[in-house]
Design a protein around this ligand. Structure first.
Ligand code: ZN
Length: 226
């Protein structure tokens, strides 16, 4: 892979390498680092063989000629719920989250929808575009997030307001109907199954996001629309 191909691969996976100019500048290196961090690789910004291998094997979108053009009819089988990992009771706008995600090297907000404390919704990335919300599982999924997930001391907590809960059920139902979803999960449920017993258990969670059991709460909503 030459530098331009690396830049295109990064862009296709939701990382912002700057202009596709074939030049391994600071922006591209920052995007390589973000990709490495999110994939459990040494975050040194150097596109060595391991990083190139991961980029190549994990990037089916690479073949898209113009990654900035939204792909129509992207197959979506799973809805992944997140929290923004921000303190209870504090509102964050779409612009706030967009800024946070750009600081992590993404091309912008990684979620497809954001549910505010009062239950209102902001659209994030268009759902026709691959998100940047869960390492290794962005293809085939959409990612929605509620604002919250931490207590005042910064410890993980299910901080959903009643209004958020209502909206989250409605959004889950709508997505299930629109995409004929096969699963609704929480971010933590996509952690690696370290002991290979077929279940993702608390000791294996990479993150506790979204701080509630999405499979148990929302699984039944899938059957309703099936
Ligand atoms: Zn998450």
């Amino acid at each position: 892979m030459n530098v331009a191909e690396i830049q295109r691969a990064l862009l296709a996976r939701g990382y912002d390498p700057g202009p596709i100019d074939g030049d391994l500048g600071p922006k591209t290196r920052k995007a390589v680092e973000a990709f490495q961090r999110e994939h459990g690789l040494k975050a040194d910004g150097i596109a060595g063989p391991v990083t190139l291998g991961a980029l190549a094997s994990l990037t089916p979108e690479m073949t898209v000629k113009s990654p900035s053009a939204p792909k129509k009819g992207r197959p979506i089988h799973t809805l992944v719920w997140h929290c923004t990992a921000t303190p209870e009771g504090r509102e964050f706008t779409r612009a706030d989250i967009d800024k946070m995600h750009r600081a992590r090297g993404f091309t912008g907000i990684g979620y497809h929808k954001l549910v505010h404390l009062d239950g209102s919704i902001s659209d994030g990335r268009p759902e026709s575009q691959v998100g940047a919300h869960v390492s290794g599982h962005n293809t085939g999924t959409i990612g929605y997030s509620y604002v919250g997930g931490l207590d005042a001391k910064g410890k993980p907590k299910d901080t959903r307001t009643p209004e958020q809960m209502q909206t989250m059920i409605r959004l889950t139902r709508e997505a299930a109907a629109k995409y004929a979803l096969r699963a609704v999960v929480g971010h933590r449920d996509l952690s690696p199954d370290l002991d290979a017993d077929g279940m993702i258990e608390p000791h294996e969670w990479v993150k506790v996001c979204p701080c509630f059991n999405a499979i148990a709460e929302y699984g039944a909503l899938l059957k309703e629309v099936a």
